[in-house]
Design a protein around this ligand. Structure first.
Ligand code: PLP
Length: 426
């Protein structure tokens, strides 16, 4: 067969883009060569509907071991009792939890999208907001941090069946213990979506929600540095209060219900090649060197936030405890939208994403903020002292956005800097 030059040419172009630029999208990272190899392996050829030991297809002896390895490593990483590694994405993992614990029309609470929450936590355009009654809790306008007292008042008022912690654009640590107390007070279930901070949590640098939440979901491709995908976990305290009686009268455990929600509830055959790559990434996260990487991600984020503040930028909440920060452009560049900033920075080979800031007067398509994060540049090997350089390069572009020669000059500096941090060995 003729090689598909067209497609592989496109992949090469994307590889060059990733190599030459400064990647600041907080939800992106670069996987290791062995994660990549597992994803591109013969496991993609195998159908394996079901779970290890109980499949609907023959020939699953090997993929059973692959999937069990991923489950065991994930449980070890977070001290969990149960794990499902089949969700194709973070949104799928969340959808499976909704399907398990809520009925259409039921009320739940999640962080408002405009305040840093994720689409799958109740946005009106997502199934979570279409099928269920979503109530958004918000950040305090004064501090830019979660207002737990207001969350409690909202929970007492609306009596949600589930409360969700976790976010896509929140730079501070969560008080999961307080959230569990609120959930217990109103008889709600606590779910934490740790997608963004999963890597820092695995390294012990942030509190572990598995200790407090009934159910934890995550993606595997952000700070965690695995392939694109999702997972669901449960800790120790959760064998049966949430079991339900079946028509036959037996108690069905939450773990069985979650498994059924993923398959056959919302998915067909699992992606065993991706599950294998998840297993590799979990193995890497169990290695002592992973702690150093995550500590550097956090140090870089703190250094970057300080460099932005030094140049007069406003960071929502004033700083960061994790790998990201949300820059409110209204203080330094009131006339610039997040959309314009994202676009002009791409011209200089610096990738960020526009993001709404709390109490934003602009729409999600324009926004008054950008979100930046350090997981990807830390994987490239950049350290704290380069954070000041990156912020200086960004500031030069934003201070003169119509000056094309200035942008070209910055892009050259970006490319020269990144050439010192090679990435792909293949
Ligand atoms: N949950 C959170 C908190 C996220 O930030 C994201 C993605 O950005 C998701 C879930 C969804 O993950 P995916 O894009 O894999 O569906």
């Amino acid at each position: 067969m003729v090689r598909d030059e067209k497609l592989f040419g496109l992949i090469e172009s994307e590889k060059q883009r990733q190599l030459h630029g400064i990647e600041l999208i907080a939800s992106e990272n670069f996987v290791s060569e062995q994660v990549m190899q597992a994803m591109g392996s013969v496991l993609t050829n195998k159908y394996a509907e079901g779970y290890p030991g109980a499949r609907y297809y023959g020939g699953c002896e090997v993929v059973d071991q692959v999937e069990q390895l991923a489950i065991d490593r994930l449980c070890e990483l977070y001290g969990a009792e149960y794990a499902n590694v089949q969700p194709h994405s973070g949104a799928q993992a969340n959808m499976a939890v909704f399907l398990t614990v809520l009925k259409p029309g039921d009320t739940f609470m999640g962080l408002d999208l405009a305040h840093g929450g994720h689409l799958s936590h109740g946005s009106p355009v997502n199934t979570s907001g279409i099928l269920y009654n979503a109530i958004g809790y918000k950040l305090s306008e004064e501090t830019g941090t979660i207002d737990y007292d207001a969350m409690e008042r909202l929970a007492l008022e609306h009596k949600p069946k589930m409360i969700i912690g976790g976010a896509s654009a929140y730079s501070r640590e969560w008080d999961y213990k307080r959230m569990r107390e609120i959930a217990d007070k109103v008889g709600a279930l606590l779910m934490v979506d740790m997608a963004h901070t999963a890597g820092l949590i695995a390294a012990g640098l942030l509190d572990n929600p598995v200790k407090y939440a009934h159910i934890v979901t995550s993606t595997t491709h952000k700070t965690l540095r695995g392939p694109r995908g999702g997972v669901i976990l449960m800790g120790k305290d959760f064998e049966n209060p949430w079991g339900v009686k079946t028509p036959k009268g037996e108690i069905k455990k939450m773990s069985a219900m979650l498994n059924s929600a993923v398959f056959p509830g919302i998915q067909g055959g699992p992606l065993e090649h991706v599950i294998a790559a998840k297993a590799v990434a979990f193995g890497e996260a169990l290695d002592p060197s992973y702690k150093e990487y995550q500590a550097q991600v956090q140090k870089n984020a703190k250094a970057m936030a300080a460099a932005f503040v030094k140049r007069g930028y406003k960071i929502v909440s004033g700083g960061t405890d994790n790998h990201l920060m949300l820059i409110d452009l209204r203080t330094k560049f009131p006339d610039l939208t997040g959309k314009q900033v994202e676009k002009v920075l791409v011209k200089a080979d610096i990738t960020t994403n526009k993001n709404m800031v709390p109490f934003d007067s602009r729409s999600p398509f324009q926004t008054s903020g950008i979100r930046v994060g350090t997981p990807a540049i830390t994987t490239r090997g950049l350290k704290e002292d380069q954070m000041e350089t990156i912020v200086e390069l960004i500031d030069r572009v934003l201070s003169d956005i119509d000056n094309e020669s200035n942008i070209v000059a910055v892009r050259k500096e970006v490319n020269t800097l990144m050439a010192k941090y090679p990435l792909f060995a293949w």
